[in-house]
Design a protein. Structure first.
Length: 454
């Protein structure tokens, strides 16, 4: 099979891909029923299942996972003796955050300046479309040379672990020789990249109580312990003066060896305001890919509008801790809980609740599948060689699959390059990137099948 027919086929399929991604983006599939109807996620799951059935997948099923969401599974048999490849994506998305800040509606795919805008276009509904494009191109050019399993998760963004728990309870379901996770991205637009490491994560809810009820700040302020002030002091203990994460007992001095991230590029990608300093120390790659990072995601307290002159009895926060490769998330949680307990001021009453967690991940880039992917990416991106980078985010399923199938090779690619602005307003995908990565995935499956026959 030559490379040109694959690329030509994918190019011819791009209008269909845009129509399908438009349909899929329209589902408001945020797996948080307090914010969006569960029916939106169920409709998205059914759309994915129908798409797999239309491609000839067998055993297509909506898996009811323990966190109350659905993951979609399907199996496409390959030639006798061929290896099996598991393709992963997720159809759930982050909430749009600020609807007014979107230039076009979050759940309406809109083409603008050569990109397709909409929540989930890159993360990760576009990843599922990428898998479909690759498989369709192979079917049009001699057939799919491997057995293919597809799993499309329904709660990856929530970190509630439903699919991981389901996979552990059904250990044979996702077994494969190689896994392609379509939820990462190129380091830079047009620079083909595989992701070798992921930070793990934990989410912890913090609640501080100090009084039986709010008090008049004039009559009691200055003596009565203020829960909001206690919370602010506690949260401040998680950072050094330069902004580095400081959790007692958790190392934060690891060094990233490999592809580096120039500071000027990072400042532009992160849209850091002129004159504002970056936080932490070490290289950008050290801080993003090799070290822990704490973020306060939200605080429960009165808003400025409508605030009363009160000493607050209770305050809360949601804290995220990103855990670098080489650190066990369970141990990091213990250290974080111990730190929060030790640094709570004034013997205030502290409640902690772990609401999400996932282990960090590190791939073996010397495995044969990486050689197949390197050749595929070089063909899909002429003149470019495959780069290996880390990613600061988490994909908890990776470690579950590694534990279940220790001999399986794991590769991470995807559409989330910096311009995509995943998790932010005005998320978008480059259709050229979608096209090239679909070609690369198809060529990878060909190369991988041939390597196994050899």
């Amino acid at each position: 099979m030559s490379q040109n027919p694959i690329a030509e086929t994918v190019a011819s399929l791009m209008p269909r891909a845009k129509r399908e991604l438009t349909e899929l983006v329209a589902f408001q599939s945020v797996a948080d029923w307090a914010q969006f109807p569960k029916s939106e996620s169920e409709a998205a799951a059914n759309w994915v299942a129908d798409a797999l059935r239309a491609e000839g997948f067998q055993d297509v099923a909506l898996l009811d996972t323990p966190d109350g969401t659905q993951s979609v599974y399907g199996f496409l048999p390959g030639p006798e003796g061929a290896p099996t490849v598991l393709l992963y994506a997720h159809y759930d998305v982050q909430p749009p955050l600020d609807d007014a800040a979107w230039i076009s509606p979050a759940f309406e795919l809109t083409e603008r300046d050569g990109r397709w805008y909409g929540r989930g276009t890159a993360d990760c509904k576009g990843g599922f479309i990428m898998h479909l494009l690759a498989l369709r191109a192979l079917k049009a050019n001699g057939g799919v040379p491997v057995g293919v399993k597809v799993i499309v998760e329904g709660s990856e963004e929530q970190g509630t672990g439903g699919l991981q728990q389901y996979a552990q309870a059904h250990p044979g379901l996702l077994a494969a020789d190689t896994v392609v996770i379509g939820d990462a991205g190129n380091f830079r637009l047009g620079l083909p990249t595989v992701t070798a490491t992921l930070r793990g994560m934990t989410l912890i809810k913090v609640k501080i109580d100090t009084l039986g009820g709010n008090l008049h700040s004039g009559m009691f302020g200055g003596v009565a312990p203020d829960a909001l002030a206690a919370l602010i002091r506690l949260l401040d203990s998680l950072r050094a003066a330069d902004g580095s994460t400081t959790v007692d007992g958790l190392a934060s001095d690891a060094v990233w060896e490999g592809l580096q991230y120039p500071e000027a590029d990072f400042r532009a990608d992160a849209k850091v305001l002129d004159g504002v300093e970056l936080i932490g120390e070490g290289t950008i790659a050290d801080r993003l890919w090799a070290r822990p990072a704490v973020t306060v995601l939200g605080i429960d307290c009165p808003s400025v509008v409508g605030a009363t002159p009160s000493v607050h009895a209770s305050a809360g926060a949601l804290i995220s801790l990103r855990v670098p490769p080489g650190v066990d998330t369970a141990e990091a949680i213990k250290l974080l809980e111990a730190h929060l307990t030790a640094h709570t001021p004034w013997q205030a009453k502290l409640e902690l609740e772990v609401v999400g967690q996932g282990q960090p991940f590190q791939a073996d880039t010397s495995s044969p599948a990486y050689a197949s992917m390197a050749a595929a990416l070089q063909a899909a991106y002429p003149g470019q060689e495959m780069q290996v980078a880390g990613m600061g985010g988490s994909i908890p399923l990776c470690n579950t699959l590694t534990q279940l199938y220790p001999d399986a090779e794991m590769l991470l690619i995807g559409l989330s390059e910096p311009e995509a602005q995943i998790h932010a307003v005005n998320e978008s995908v480059s259709p050229q990137e979608l096209e090239r990565l679909s070609v690369a995935e198809a060529l990878f499956l060909v190369n991988y099948a041939e390597s196994k026959r050899g």
